[in-house]
Design a protein around this ligand. Structure first.
Ligand SMILES: [Zn+2]
Ligand SMILES: [Zn+2]
Length: 176
């Protein structure tokens, strides 16, 4: 009463990888169903998939065009400069409390700018969104550096820049 090997073999489909036709496999992509070898299989939260299907998923997730990225950059620079100027003014002459408020306001401003920049392009995403927006906020802060220097609020400026850029990154770094 022992199963013969031939019976077992007949029940297992021998497949060949679509990309590497000489490699035997028993794996199939769970999206498109094509046979794939272990080298071609990509582990995703929803099971093993072929590289092409994974690439398709990423393309659908990152749906922003070049224009969107430019718009996000410009919006971030302008708003970053305005927020930097305002926060710098609030913090002026308040000493320690000014820095305390700047710390909070910088973080809030960074998150708000990230949201606005995201909405400005109908929430389309790109691989570079977080870099462009964070960079834009940083450039905006640099534009108001002369104001901070004139006002003698260089520490407040530094706090604002750091908090705003970190908050923008935290807001927009999708799917890490
Ligand atoms: Zn597939
Ligand atoms: Zn393969």
């Amino acid at each position: 009463m022992i199963d013969t090997p031939s019976r077992i073999d007949s029940e297992v489909d021998v497949l060949y990888c679509t990309v590497h036709p000489s490699v035997e496999t028993s794996l199939r992509c769970n999206k498109c169903g094509r046979p794939m070898c272990t080298k071609c299989a990509v582990r995703t939260p929803v099971g093993y998939r072929c590289r092409e299907c994974v690439r398709g998923q990423q393309a659908a997730f990152y749906n922003a065009g070049t224009m969107d990225v430019v718009v996000q950059g410009v919006v971030s620079v302008i708003l970053g400069a305005i927020a930097g100027g305002l926060v710098g003014l609030i913090g002026l002459g308040l000493g320690f409390w000014g820095w305390f408020i700047t710390f909070w306001a910088g973080s809030a401003a960074g998150a708000l700018i990230a949201d606005i920049a995201h909405r400005a392009v109908s929430r389309r995403r790109s691989r570079y969104t977080w870099m462009v927006v964070a960079g834009g906020v940083g450039v905006g802060a640099l534009l108001v550096l002369p104001v901070a220097l004139l006002g003698g609020n260089i520490i407040g400026w530094g706090i604002y820049g750091f908090m705003a850029v970190s908050a923008a990154i935290g807001r927009l770094r999708f799917g890490r």
